[in-house]
Design a protein around this ligand. Structure first.
Ligand SMILES: C[S@@+](CC[C@H](N)C(=O)[O-])C[C@H]1O[C@@H](n2cnc3c(N)ncnc32)[C@H](O)[C@@H]1O
Length: 253
C-alpha cells in the first residue's frame, strides 16, 4: 500500500491534464481574484534576478515571472506537468522534474534570489526534507515565499492540530480523480517549520477578495484559499518594489 506522501504524488500524476485545463481556463475563482496576484506581487517586490518555483505545476507562475525578465527554474515531481510547462515556456523559464526529496538530497546546485512555493507544500516529512535544503539554495539576502491554505479557514470541524486530512475535489470538474490526502499545519507549526530550518519569518500576509473583503474558503487540492504566507525573508532584504511589476500584480488581483 502507498504511503501518504506517495499518494500525493500519485494523485498529481493522474490529474495533470485536468489540473492544467483548470488553471489555464481560469476555473479556480479565488486564484483569479486573489491569490495569483498576491503571490506575483510578493515576488516582484523583492525584484529578484533568479527564482526557483517549487512544485510549479503546469508552469503559469514561472511563465509570468520569466515574462518580467526573471530567470526561472520550475521544479515539480510530475514529469507530465514539467513537460507541459516547458512546451509553452517563454525565454528565461526552464523546468526540471524533481521531487522535494530529490532536492533535499542535493538534486539542485544553483542558488536563487527567491524560492517560491505556491500552494504546493502538501505533505509532512517531505516538507522537513525540503526545508533543510532551502537555505543552501538561497543567494545571499534571498527569501522564501510560501502561499498556502489559511489554517483558520480549513478543517474547522477537526481539532486544531497538525495531522493528515482527507483530500477532496468537490466543486472541481468531474474529470479530477483520486484526491490526495494532505497535511494540515497550524500557524504555530508553520512558524516552527521555518525556525527549525533557520529561516527568519519576516512577514505574513492574508490577501483578501477585493469584492467581499473576506478570506474565501476553498480546497486544499486547488489552492482555493487565500492564506497567509508565512513569507519569510532570510538575511532580510527590504522589499524593493518595481513600478511596472506592481502594476502587473494589481491587474491580476
Ligand atoms: C496545487 S498544485 C500547485 C501548482 C503550482 N504551484 C500553481 O501555483 O499552480 C501542487 C503541485 O505540487 C506538486 N508537488 C506536490 N508534492 C510534491 C513533491 N513532494 N515534490 C515535488 N512536487 C510536488 C504537485 O505535483 C503539483 O504540481
Amino acid at each position: 500500500m502507498q504511503g501518504l506522501e506517495e499518494q500525493i504524488l500519485a494523485s498529481w500524476v493522474v490529474n495533470a491534464i485536468s489540473w492544467t485545463r483548470a488553471v489555464r481556463r481560469g476555473e479556480i475563482r479565488s486564484r483569479e481574484r486573489v491569490t495569483n496576484g498576491a503571490i506575483l506581487e510578493a515576488i516582484y517586490e523583492g525584484a529578484p534576478r533568479t527564482l526557483l518555483d517549487l512544485g510549479c505545476g503546469e508552469g503559469w507562475l514561472a511563465h509570468q515571472c520569466a515574462r518580467q525578465g526573471i530567470e526561472v527554474l520550475g521544479t515539480d515531481a510530475v514529469a507530465e506537468l514539467t513537460a507541459i510547462a516547458a512546451e509553452s515556456a517563454p525565454p528565461g523559464a526552464r523546468f526540471q522534474t524533481l521531487t522535494y526529496q530529490q532536492i533535499a538530497t542535493g538534486g539542485l546546485r544553483e542558488r536563487f534570489d527567491v524560492e517560491v512555493a505556491n500552494f504546493s507544500l502538501l505533505g509532512d516529512r517531505s516538507l522537513d526534507d525540503l526545508f533543510q535544503a532551502l537555505p543552501k539554495l538561497l543567494a545571499p539576502g534571498g527569501c522564501v515565499l510560501v502561499q498556502t491554505l489559511h489554517p483558520l479557514l480549513v478543517c474547522a470541524d477537526h481539532p486544531h492540530a497538525d495531522g493528515w486530512r482527507e483530500g477532496s475535489w468537490a466543486g472541481s470538474s468531474p474529470a479530477f480523480r483520486a484526491p490526495a490526502p494532505w497535511y494540515f499545519r497550524t500557524l504555530e507549526s508553520w512558524m516552527r517549520l521555518f525556525h527549525r530550518h533557520k529561516l527568519v519569518v519576516k512577514e505574513m500576509r492574508e490577501p483578501l477578495d477585493p469584492l467581499s473583503r473576506q478570506l474565501s474558503a476553498g480546497r486544499p487540492s486547488d489552492g482555493g484559499v487565500p492564506r497567509p504566507g508565512p513569507w519569510p525573508l532570510r538575511d532580510g532584504r527590504p522589499p524593493h518594489p518595481r513600478c511596472s511589476d506592481r502594476r502587473a500584480a494589481r491587474a491580476g488581483r
